[in-house]
Design a binder for this molecule. Structure first.
Ligand code: IFM
Length: 740
């Protein structure tokens, strides 16, 4: 498997690579900031579920925890830094195969002495609390004096907002550093412990000052003899479900002792074994003329794994996973529509847990609906630990006017309600999990339906849904957004279906639901076969967007036009009608797909990272594989491309999910039709083979697709009927189908 490489040190990319090379395990994520300090470098370590409000009126932040990997290294009286001296060689690699980050450097200091330094780190996959690091230093020319200062540094903030009270720091038994911190508002305890073990040691001293608990290690390096420092750390919090009656403080001390005795190499070995199993079960493989395609897919799957807190259903996935502080670590529709699909088709249990997150927050969603004058459940546009609405009231200041711009999403981006319901249905179709569906699933479907029924209003003899924001956030406060109306319709339809299936006797809801389905206005395609995005969109003026498209992702249009002006033109930030065509393919014939794709793409800047891969899927389904492949390639560049600042505040979690989706739901064209797994594959000419594992209705399959053939192998589970290119096959062992 290819590794993600950084071949040279470039300060401009420091935060991008810190996000890209995050190590993590779903419990915590650690940005790949360098051990040594650089101005402008954002360090970051985040534990899923640990949020806090810096002040009462602000939304919660995913807390940036004290740093455990920073180091000051002095070599012959000179600080090791890549902006002084000379870099003779530099190589950093995130090994996607085993989850290890490694940096190899040969550095010459100002006095001309050369040193080889190797830094390694990992977030253990087999024990979620463990962070292990190893440093190897060799003086290549002559004996040298070395001093390393490292420890637990609680000076970290979320861009200046401090969330932690330092409750206690201590050094136990001469070598174990421990810091206990409490979040100021949410009241969570975080216990961090770390211990350094050296291959040789000329003395160690500890200090605690200014929120830094530090060990200073001195050693005289002989020439050409490597010095090894292992620093093993553990992280526990009061939210941990595996504390077994210990406090985080007690648990961290006990765990640290046993893990630091094991040592770095043993921890790497055990963690790597879990990763090997993971890749065996989840890797999607492509034989492509472009190696980058495989790297992008591996990278996406790696990140989807490390961002997902599968250990605890009280948490979900933030828009940046655990790689940065962008969007304050909040949970959006990204999880249901872009991230859950990967889990659903590879480990449905994780999808169930992520849906349980919403179920556990149902009370708050009912509360939000009620306080806005609606019935049922109105889920927050942005959510964190409590399930309350977390969308900031204002966006960044407009520096020309000095005024803050209101964020309308919490008030109007209501499609999230239907997106959650949609994924509940997909979960059931994939798993046939009646236990979940009868209880959590049905309740979610009923309460979300109740919301839509109360949200719709009567106008000229039909029901309409007014004043919403669809997925395209450049078009606000519109009536009858096609995406929203169709998804609401699907939401209610499915609720009625499952109410019937499970004999639910809420007659009043059923009657209201049937009435809603009958009377809800669903925008139909016009004579040009274009589905209007909303009541007014198609009548708005158009402008040439080519120059904004060239700088897509930057929201450059907002430099030239106010939000209000953008709102009054045919300008899309991201897929909207195209998103609808992707999610509800059965409702729209192929010519509608291609016509709308062409029309809306021309008007879409793709300023959102959620856009490109969805276009790739719809283009593939519309039969335009070349266009689809181009969208796919472009979506792979959102985080991995050359823009030095694309991912400074964290990776685009939804986009990573969407890259996987583009291969699966676009080129392999996997879907669920009539309760059956359906495939209608067509590979781009650059690909000769696509293979992937997949779980459907409890049966584990392996699927291999070439231009000529599809081979479906049952790996485990019951025989399964699948549909391929319109024909039904029973998979009881191996099915080979000609695609010619
Ligand atoms: O959920 C998305 C939204 O669709 C576009 N803006 C960014 C959000 C978080 O990724």
């Amino acid at each position: 498997m290819k590794k993600l490489d950084e071949n040279r040190f470039d300060l401009r990319y420091i935060n991008k690579f810190a996000s890209l090379m995050t190590v993590g395990n779903g419990y915590f994520g650690l940005r790949a900031s360098h051990e040594e300090n650089y101005v402008g470098q954002t360090r970051g370590m985040y534990v899923a579920g640990i949020y806090n409000k810096a002040t009462a009126n602000e939304p919660s932040d995913l807390v940036n925890l004290p740093d455990m990997v920073g180091m000051n290294i002095e070599l012959d009286g000179e600080y090791f830094s890549l902006i002084t001296g000379e870099i003779l060689s530099y190589q950093r690699q995130l090994n996607l195969e085993n989850g290890e980050l490694r940096r190899d450097i040969v550095w010459k200091n100002g006095a001309g002495s050369r040193f080889r330094l190797t830094f390694q780190r990992l977030a253990a996959k087999n024990d979620l609390h463990v962070l292990a690091t190893k440093l190897t230093v060799t003086s290549l020319d002559k004996p040298a004096q070395m001093k390393i200062v490292t420890g637990i540094d609680a000076q970290q903030t979320n861009y200046g907002r401090q969330h932690l009270i330092e409750e206690k720091v201590r050094v136990a038994e001469g070598d174990l550093l421990q810091g206990i911190y409490k979040t100021t508002e949410s009241g969570q305890t975080i216990a961090l412990a770390a211990c350094c073990t050296c291959s040789a040691n000329g003395g160690i001293a500890h200090t605690a000052k200014n929120r830094q608990l530090l060990s200073a290690i001195k050693h005289d390096l002989p020439a050409d003899a490597p010095f090894v420092l292992e620093k093993i750390g553990v992280i526990y919090t009061s939210l941990d479900g595996d504390l077994r009656e210990q406090s985080p403080e007690e648990a961290s001390e006990a765990a640290l002792r046993s893990f630091s005795a094991a040592g770095y190499d043993a921890l790497l070995h055990e963690s790597a074994a879990e990763w090997a199993q993971f890749w065996k079960e989840k890797r999607i493989k492509v034989s492509s003329t472009r190696d980058f395609d495989q790297l992008a897919l591996d990278f996406s799957v790696y990140q989807l794994e490390v961002m997902t807190p599968a250990h605890d259903e009280r948490f979900s996935v933030g828009a940046k996973g655990l790689t940065g502080e962008g969007y304050k670590g909040h949970v959006f529709w990204d999880t249901e529509i872009f991230i859950i699909p990967f889990h659903l088709f590879t480990e449905p249990e994780k999808a169930r847990k992520l849906l349980r997150y919403r179920y556990l927050k149902l009370k708050q969603a009912l509360g939000k609906a009620a306080s806005n004058g609606y019935e049922g459940a109105l889920f927050p546009w942005e959510s964190a630990f409590t399930g309350e609405e977390e969308t900031p009231e204002f966006a960044a200041i407009n520096i020309k006017t000095g005024k803050r711009q209101k964020v309308a999403s919490a008030l109007a981006e209501h499609h999230i309600v239907a997106d959650i319901a949609y994924t509940v249905v997909k979960y059931y179709q994939n798993t046939l999990d009646d236990t979940f569906m009868k209880k959590e699933g049905l309740e979610l479907l009923k309460e979300t339906s109740r919301f839509w029924i109360s949200r719709a209003e009567e106008e000229q003899g039909q029901l309409v849904i007014k004043d919403v924001i669809g997925p395209d956030e450049y078009t606000e406060h519109v009536d009858n957004n096609a995406f929203t109306n169709y998804m609401a319709w699907y939401n209610v339809k499915q609720a009625l279906f499952f109410m019937d299936k499970y004999g639910d006797d809420d007659g009043q809801l059923k009657n209201r639901g049937h009435e809603f389905l009958k009377r809800l206005y669903l925008p139909k395609a016009n004579d040009d076969k274009i589905i209007p995005q909303d009541d007014t969109f198609l009548s708005k003026p158009e402008i040439d967007l080519s120059r904004y498209k060239l700088a897509q992702g930057s929201q450059g249009i907002l430099m030239d036009y106010s939000r209000q002006e953008v709102n009054e033109m045919q300008i899309l930030k991201q897929a909207d009608v195209v998103m609808l065509l992707y999610l509800l393919p059965d409702l729209f014939p192929r010519d509608i797909l291609s016509k709308n794709l062409d029309y809306y793409e021309e008007h879409t800047i793709h300023d959102s990272s959620l856009s490109k891969a969805i276009h790739a899927i719809v283009a593939a389904r519309a039969g335009d594989i070349d266009k689809s492949y181009q969208f796919f390639q472009e979506s792979c560049l959102i985080d991995l491309g050359p823009n030095p600042h694309s991912s400074d505040e964290g990776l685009h979690a939804a986009s990573l999910g969407a890259i996987w989706m583009a291969a699966m739901f676009g080129f392999a064209n996997v879907s669920i039709k009539n309760q059956r797994l359906n495939l209608d594959p067509r590979l781009p000419s650059e690909w000769s083979e696509l293979t992937f594992p997949l779980i459907f209705q409890g049966t584990r399959l392996h699927i291999a697709i070439t231009h000529e053939q599809a081979v479906i192998t049952k790996v485990a589970g019951d025989d399964l009927y699948i549909e391929l290119k319109g024909n039904v096959f029973l998979v009881s062992n191996i099915v080979e189908v000609d695609l010619g």
